[in-house]
Design a protein. Structure first.
Lengths: 413, 141
């Protein structure tokens, strides 16, 4: 028996299953069309190159980009590293080893794959501003505008947040960057394949995406690099055979790239209908839980967010016990407060969720194969677990008595 | 994390969940000892109510717990162990016995310490209410 037989999968923001159509497209590239796409002088190489070219067009189509603007990578983490480090080092105002090499803007609740490259650049002499969102989690164009400086060379703001699904003001942020002459990068890992993208209308210079978040294989992704108006240059991180226009040396992962292309083509066709279906299921999940239980809150903006996910907090239950109570539902948990057993979520902390003590959060993300029956089962399971734990929770009793638990002097250990 | 069978059993069907009244109800009752230990920001709060007869025997015990599965199991087990014992016998229970019974891994030992603390705090509350000498709280962790 596998997890699939016993456990509902509501963790599509972590990863998705490969679509069978994606697998079917990939299979010939393992055993028949196995040439190196860089082999220019025989048919094996040409066939493989054809597969890569098709995939490049499929990815470009989904983004409103030109095929030449797509660089294949091992995933969004690598794309982010190439984009952020590559742009900062290319457009640096002063040579390596000096100070004041330029200003970068990002946000505190970005993914670690953006935060950590920015932290490294700080140590290399760049200044980084980490914007702080409000309680709705949204980074607005005004926030970026207020942070811009004469020496701002790069702005990196994710399109949709991975823990909350909330959507930042991307087209407007891109416009402001364009007017200012700063390169604009967006980590669109959670966004692409869920809602439409048009790198021209959305004013994007660099965009990271990953295949496994949209029913493609793990270990492959892409970076969009603008070639016209303006042409964006990057200093490559990895040296070697000069593949991918010199941005990313290394033999191409042909079968996975073909899979990424197929996943993009399917997403382009199906995302609108899929988004509608999943947002209806997501809303049912949220509304049912909120009507059955007291002290339940949805974290982040309720409207400006992805259709398929929710981040929802339950008061007076501890996170690990909540996960233990719903072990037939695979999802991610997060707590804003430090506990002995769970790492606090810096994303929820940034929203001030931790200011109210003793909330535990679940990130529930639905997907292509999610059924209404699964949603119904999850509603029952989560509601029952929260009720079971609250019946045991001394904090829930105190709350019902009208005691403010943040005012009690607890004897911490 | 994998839990021991006993932890899972106590988590699913905890023994003696409840209280002998709200915090204001039990505050001045001399037959009830109250122990609340831990802190919400640490992820563990245990509340133990004990009902003690005049001879110092624990007639009944109820717990509530905000915490992980191991914390819930530790408090559930603690109530079961102290029922029917005298307060002095209950004070002799060591956290290591709880660790052993529930097969708690090292990262969960603090749950057993909290359970032991809740027993001592509840008994001391009862003793104070009844004019008995209270031993100094010696924290051994």
């Amino acid at each position: 028996m596998t997890a699939q037989d016993t456990t509902i999968y509501f963790d599509h923001a972590s990863t998705t299953p490969c679509d069978q159509r994606v697998v079917d497209a990939m299979l010939p590239y393992f055993t028949s069309i196995y040439g190196n796409s860089s082999s220019r002088n025989h048919a094996y190489g040409w066939e493989a190159e054809n597969g890569v070219d098709t995939a490049r067009s499929q990815v470009a189509d989904l983004l409103g980009a030109q095929p030449k603007e797509i660089i294949f990578t091992s995933g969004a983490t690598e794309s982010n590293n190439i984009a952020i480090k590559g742009a900062a080092r290319m457009y640096a105002k002063a040579p390596a080893g000096s100070e004041s090499r330029g200003h970068i803007i990002t946000a505190v609740h970005e993914h670690k794959a953006v935060i950590d490259p920015c932290r490294r650049l700080e140590r290399e002499g760049f200044d980084v501003t980490f914007l702080e969102p409000g309680a709705d989690s949204i980074i607005t164009a005004q926030m970026v505008k207020d942070a811009l400086r004469d020496d701002t060379i790069l702005v990196s703001i994710m399109w949709a947040n991975n823990e909350l699904g909330t959507i930042n003001e991307i087209p407007c942020i891109g416009k402001i960057c364009k007017e200012h002459g700063a390169v604009f990068h967006t980590d669109a890992t959670q966004w692409v394949g869920k809602l439409p993208t048009d790198v021209e209308a959305d004013n994007i210079d660099l965009l990271s995406l990953s295949a496994h978040k949209m029913y493609g294989p793990k270990g492959v992704g892409a970076l969009y690099v603008r070639r016209r108006r303006p042409r964006v240059r990057l200093q490559a991180i990895q040296d070697g055979g000069g593949h991918e226009r010199g941005f990313r040396s290394g033999t191409l992962n042909v079968s996975s790239i073909v899979g990424l292309g197929a996943a993009c083509a399917i997403a382009k066709e199906e995302m609108e209908a899929e988004g509608k279906r999943l947002s209806a299921l997501r809303d049912k999940l949220e509304n049912e839980l909120m009507s059955r239980l007291e002290v339940v809150e949805v974290n982040g903006h309720r409207d400006h967010r992805l259709p398929h996910m929710t981040n929802i907090s339950f008061g007076f239950v501890e996170g690990e016990s909540l996960m233990m109570g719903i072990k037939n539902i695979a999802c991610s948990s997060g707590s804003a407060c430090t506990s002995a057993s769970l790492e606090p979520s810096y994303v929820l902390k940034a929203l001030g969720v931790g200011d109210e003590l003793a909330h535990s959060s679940l990130r529930l993300s639905l997907g292509r194969h999610t059924t209404e029956a699964e949603v119904d089962e999850a509603i029952e399971g989560i509601a029952a677990a929260v009720q079971h734990l609250r019946a045991m929770s001394p904090l829930f009793d105190l709350w019902k008595e009208g005691v403010d638990i943040s005012k009690i002097e607890w004897q911490s250990h | 994390m994998a839990y021991s069978e006993k932890v899972v059993e106590h988590f699913q069907k905890p023994l003696n969940v409840g209280s002998f009244g709200s915090s204001s109800d039990v505050k001045d009752r001399s037959d009830i000892g109250v122990g609340i230990v831990g802190a919400p920001e640490c992820g563990d709060v245990m509340q133990l109510h004990i009902k003690v007869d005049e001879a110092g025997k624990i007639e009944d015990a109820k717990f509530k717990c905000f915490g992980c599965g191991s914390a819930i199991a530790s408090s559930s087990l603690a109530t079961e162990w102290i029922k029917g014992r005298t307060v002095d016998e209950a004070l002799a229970i060591k956290n290591t016995e709880i660790v052993e019974e529930l097969a708690l891994p090292p990262v969960k030992i603090h749950c057993s310490v909290l359970a032991e603390d809740s027993i001592r705090t509840a008994i001391n509350d009862w003793k104070k209410k009844n004019g008995h000498d209270v031993e100094d709280d010696h924290h051994h962790h």
